[in-house]
Design a protein around this ligand. Structure first.
Ligand code: ASP
Length: 223
């Protein structure tokens, strides 16, 4: 069957999630395509800004953020500061589909994930641990700040054949952040916004700046 989904996505220059999104069969849902596409990057241990292998916070703990937004019904789900679960985008989808809530944070998000069958694992890879130890040695007294190589995110926006939009966003946030720091990526309207009638926007960059201007919401409103 032809794979005719219109797909737009970006992360650190990889095209893999976009291709994974495209592999959803013709007529498939943009929701599945977004989740599966983002899972590819979350599962990539070499990528140090999303999912397993993401750079940890200042205490050496990997805390992940993600959100998903589905155009039909203006539905949304989000998890923030979740630990030990490699696919936060999938947990965000479960929040959207199986709870009356939009956001779950920290321990509550982790326990919800376990109740939904997600497996806990150590997300700190040797590569990321070494980068953290190096940072600790050199920069212990410096505040975490954004540089070109210590943060990134995947945001994936897909329009399917039915004309429905879905967006997703997943990140380990700013490397060596203060424990509990949450950026824009899991915030509806900040790191992601979808309006099925209009369009979708997703963000990457220093989350504090994106949050202050509700960037994704503003972009879609301007559309
Ligand atoms: N926006 C992400 C955050 O601040 C990081 C990034 O996209 O580079 O958590």
């Amino acid at each position: 069957q032809a794979k005719r989904n219109l797909t737009m996505g970006f992360d650190t220059g990889h095209q893999i999630p976009v291709q994974a999104g495209l592999e959803i069969e013709s007529g498939g849902s943009s929701l599945d395509a977004v989740e599966k596409g983002i899972n590819v990057t979350e599962n990539d241990k070499e990528n140090t800004s999303v999912g397993i292998g993401g750079l940890p916070n200042s205490e050496g703990i990997v805390q992940l953020d993600a959100c998903i937004m589905h155009g039909p019904g203006h539905k949304a789900g989000s998890v923030m500061g979740i630990e030990k679960i490699r696919n936060p985008i999938s947990v965000a989808r479960k929040v959207m589909e199986h709870t009356p809530h939009v956001q779950l944070v920290g321990k509550g998000a982790q326990e919800f994930a376990i109740s939904q069958g997600f497996k806990e694992e150590d997300l700190l890879t040797e590569k990321s641990k070494l980068k953290w130890l190096e940072w600790k040695k050199n920069n212990q007294k410096k505040k975490p700040e954004g540089t070109i190589d210590n943060h990134d995110t995947i945001a994936l926006l897909i329009l399917d054949e039915n004309g429905d939009l879905t967006g997703g966003c997943s990140t380990s946030g700013l490397a060596f952040k203060l424990p509990g720091r949450v950026g824009d990526s899991p915030i509806i309207g900040g790191g992601l916004y979808v309006d099925n009638e209009i369009g979708a926007a997703g963000a990457t960059g220093i989350g504090e700046n994106v949050l202050r201007h509700c960037c994704s919401f503003m972009i879609v409103e301007f559309m």
